[in-house]
Ligand binder design. Sequence first.
Ligand SMILES: C[S@@+](CC[C@H](N)C(=O)[O-])C[C@H]1O[C@@H](n2cnc3c(N)ncnc32)[C@H](O)[C@@H]1O
Length: 230
Amino acid sequence: MNRQKSYGQGNPELAAYVEDLFQPTDTTLAKFADRSREAGLPEIQVGAMDGRHLEILSRLVRPQRAVEIGTLGGYSGLCIARGMAPGGKLYMFEKSEHHAAVARENLSGAKESGELKVEFEIISGAAIENLANIENEGPFDFVFIDADKQGYPAYLEWAVTHLRVGGVVIGDNTFAWGEVHRTAEKSGRDLAMVGAIHEFNRRVAQHPLLRGTIFPTAEGLTVGVKIHEL
Ligand SMILES: C[S@@+](CC[C@H](N)C(=O)[O-])C[C@H]1O[C@@H](n2cnc3c(N)ncnc32)[C@H](O)[C@@H]1O
C-alpha cells in the first residue's frame, strides 16, 4: 500500500484500519501497477482507496459513456470501468504515447480475461486538442480529470457542457498537496498549478449548473453533479 496516498486526513492508524478492512487492491490492479512500474511510468496513479472511491462513484452513476482525462497505465480507468453499465464505453485521454501504450496493454489483458466488460478507447495527445473529437458521442455520464493541473478549469468547462443532467465531474488532487488555500502566497509555476486547482474548485462550488463538494480524501477529490441544463 502506498502510504503517501493513504486514506483520510493524517491519522495513519485509521488509514491502515480502513485499507486493511476494505482491501482495495486486488490482483488485477496490482498487476496494472507492477506492469506500469516495470515500463518506467511514474508511480502517480490514484491511491488504492481513491481507486475504490472512483469505482463506487461509477457504480452509483452506472455510466454508459465515461471520459477519463489523464490515464497513465490504466489503473483508475479500470476502477471506473468496473462500475460502468455493460456495453458502455470509456474514452481515455493520455498525452504520452508510452503511457497510452502501457494502458492499452493493461486494459486489453483485462478485457481478454473477462475482467473488463466495457469498451475502451485511448486517445493519445494533449486532451484539450482531442476532446472535441468525441463530442458527437455525448452527452456523457461521468468525467474524471487527473491530468495536467493547469488544464483543470478548461476540462471542467468541457465536462459541464457535455455532461447529461445527473452526470458527474470529478477532479483528483484538489487539495493541491495541502496548498490549495495558499494561492496568495504563491508565484510562478506554483501559482500556475495551485491557482488552477483553486480555480477549478471555485468553479465547481459556484457553477450555476453544478452542485459540488470536495471529498476529504488524502489528496482531495472534488465532485460536481450537473443539476440543470443551461
Ligand atoms: C496523475 S497521472 C494519471 C493517473 C491515472 N488517472 C491513474 O490514477 O491511474 C497524469 C497523467 O496525465 C497525463 N497528461 C499530462 N498532461 C496531459 C494532457 N495535456 N493531456 C492528456 N494527458 C495528460 C500524464 O502523461 C500522466 O500520464
